[in-house]
Design a protein around this ligand. Structure first.
Ligand SMILES: Cc1cc2nc3c(=O)[nH]c(=O)nc-3n(C[C@H](O)[C@H](O)[C@H](O)COP(=O)(O)OP(=O)(O)OC[C@H]3O[C@@H](n4cnc5c(N)ncnc54)[C@H](O)[C@@H]3O)c2cc1C
Length: 580
């Protein structure tokens, strides 16, 4: 892995005078006296400062008051990291060493620069991303979490910050005297741990993710009167793709995600089947790039912010945020994904991507060649996976909670499985415990027969789960959007609706729902294939269809609205087949 020093040149490039001249139209010249602050940790940074004269010192300062110099920069260099694209708080202090003349480029102009000056923009963007990576590696500038390393709440908050690429540090009071002092002062009761000490000095006791995000200024407060062209719900691959395509084509876009960017893909340690990455790419790296890319084009990211309700009774639509704020948009894209149903085993997430798999492609199959594996599920997807995996695995223990496969699996699969001697079906059986190595690899699985109570433990390194997927559509409950019998969103020809537009009535567009102007993309869509590539492709299609909807003014009128109230029943009658 390249070290910070290896990356130094790309991280701190020097712009030539003629390059600075090209940037002048994006900013205004500002003067700072020696000792004056350009950036203050935790305060919203004014934008990117390109140094014309004088030099600055960049210092990391944690909320406990520890400071360490990072770098000194002089003429031709610039001060910023990726957060300045979207007006985020600074992660460092920056002071003028002597009198400084700088070109200050505010966030909106920095985004315009990336597009208007693509060559320079590419160099600057690379530097901004590398700087964030370095801040993440150093844990500089963000909050300090104080609590025992293994505490589930520490793991929860660390996971939240890491998934959002937010720099932070963890101090264990058992090892760090400063942390121990703070615990004595603020959290004598262990239930108050972990403490989150924020850059501006706020100390939170065992906060929720939303409380921490608010204290850090992660969730921007918007102009309430604004109506966006597009509101995207979900920042997984489908939502991010929609945001990139829509924003790059000039639409005003706001994206909400309840937890973090990346969605399910963010949980994938290595995606090997996404086009263009022959060595594979981690889901967080792939979606992290898309997250920055969407912001470059001006998409507004509001994360974490869950949407609790969509009001589609009037145009523009109104989205209700969980924190009770309201946001209006002319069109809405449902990209809230689906969650694979997970087993109720406490440490399951520790092994996801390290032995616990939710599908069976040749990649996973290769990993379990010649080994015994456990496959949980009694539906057709479980049956198909078992038939496929038996070509690779030495033996498949197929665990089914019910009394047999007959209620849930097609006859042909049941017969095929019965004829395969390396698949053993265990009915009335459930996984009860998972054990792993120090490196986090799944190593042993224990299961129980619920009829006899007998427990079995085996040294097995791969567990395949095919126990269904649940779409994240509860927030659409009152929106009149037609769903299939498993609550996935119906679109296009499957949607029982006629859309009325200024240009006349017609069928919904390919990825439009039964409500005109509301689209769906990715795993949340009925009939979707549950792949990163497909979700991204659907985002691109929606990006194009949004233009048609906005141009046509596609809205529901009263007669159409009552039609879509009946849509749910109609949809059930259609008995649309969804992947389980
Ligand atoms: C561990 C793992 C590994 C995977 N590996 C691969 C792989 O190698 N190759 C592959 O092709 N596919 C893989 N997949 C599948 C792939 O990740 C999904 O198909 C893809 O992420 C679907 O994208 P999406 O944007 O439609 O939905 P999601 O990724 O599910 O994203 C939906 C987002 O919406 C947000 N959300 C939900 N409800 C709300 C709400 N009410 N308000 C605001 N936000 C909300 C969620 O927080 C989430 O971030 C993997 C999945 C998992 C779980």
């Amino acid at each position: 892995m390249p070290t910070i020093d290896d990356r130094r040149e790309q991280m701190f490039p020097k712009l030539a005078p003629h390059e600075i001249d090209r940037l002048r139209r994006f900013g205004t010249v500002r003067y700072y006296h020696a000792g004056e602050a350009l950036f203050v940790t935790g305060e919203v940074a004014p934008g990117m400062c390109v140094l014309i004269k004088g030099s600055v010192r960049v210092v990391r300062r944690d909320p406990l008051g520890h400071c360490a110099p990072i770098v000194e920069q002089g003429p031709g260099e610039f001060v910023a990291e990726v957060g300045q694209l979207s007006g985020q708080p600074a992660f460092v202090d920056v002071y003028a060493i002597d009198d400084v003349q700088a070109l200050l480029i505010p966030p909106e102009n920095l985004r315009a620069l990336m597009i208007g000056e693509p060559e320079l923009g590419e160099r600057i963007m690379r530097a901004l991303i590398l700087r964030r990576v370095a801040l993440l590696e150093a844990g500089a500038g963000g909050p300090v979490l104080i609590g025992p390393e293994s505490s589930p709440d520490v793991v929860r908050l660390q996971g939240f910050l890491a998934r959002n690429a937010y720099p932070h540090q963890l101090l264990d009071p058992a090892k760090d005297p400063d942390a121990a002092k703070l615990v004595q002062q603020y959290a004598p009761n262990p239930a108050d741990l972990p403490l989150a000490v924020c850059p501006k000095g706020t100390i939170l006791k065992n906060p929720s993710e939303a409380e921490l995000a608010r204290a850090l200024g992660m969730v921007p407060i918007d102009d309430k009167s604004r109506t966006y062209d597009v509101a995207v719900v979900g920042a997984g691959p489908a939502g991010l793709s929609t945001a990139v395509y829509a924003a790059s084509e000039g639409l005003s876009v706001v994206v909400f995600d309840a937890r973090a960017f990346g969605g399910q893909a963010g949980a994938s340690a290595r995606i090997e089947n996404y086009l263009g990455f022959p060595a594979g790419i981690s889901g967080q790296a792939l979606t992290g790039r898309a997250y920055v890319q969407a912001q470059k084009f001006g998409a507004r990211m509001v994360i974490p912010a869950g949407i609790s309700r969509l009001d589609s009774s009037e145009s523009p639509f109104t989205l209700h945020l969980e924190d009770r704020r309201l946001v209006r948009a002319s069109t809405v894209v449902v990209a809230s994904g689906a969650r694979y149903r997970r087993l109720n085993v406490p440490n399951l997430s520790n092994f996801e991507g390290r032995g616990v798999w939710y599908w069976a492609s040749p990649i996973e199959a290769r990993l379990c060649r010649g080994e015994e594996i456990v496959l949980v599920g009694g539906g057709n997807s479980a049956g198909q996976a078992a038939v496929f995996l038996r070509n690779f695995a030495k033996k498949i223990w197929m665990l089914v909670r019910g009394p047999s496969l007959t209620e849930s699996m097609s006859r042909y699969l049941i017969d095929r499985i019965a004829n395969l001697d390396n698949i053993e079906v265990l009915t009335h059986t459930e996984v009860v415990a998972l054990y792993g190595s120090r490196a986090g690899q799944l190593e042993r699985i224990r299961w129980r027969n619920s009829s006899t109570g007998e427990e079995t433990e085996k040294p097995i390194r791969h567990l395949f789960l095919f126990i269904g997927a649940e779409p994240a559509t509860a927030w659409l409950k009152d929106a009149g959007i037609a769903l299939d019998s498993k609550n996935f969103v119906l679109t296009g020809w499957d949607a029982p609706s006629t859309i009325r537009s200024k240009s006349g009535a017609g069928r919904p567009l390919l990825l439009e729902t039964s409500v005109g102007g509301v689209f769906a993309a990715g795993d949340v869509r009925s009939g979707s294939v549950k792949r990163v590539g497909a979700a991204i492709g659907e985002g691109a299609v929606v990006g194009a269809e949004l233009h048609i909807a906005l141009a046509n003014g596609r809205v529901r009128d009263e007669s159409e609205r009552s039609a879509s109230q009946d849509a749910r029943e109609a949809a059930s009658a259609l008995a649309v087949q969804s992947p389980q």
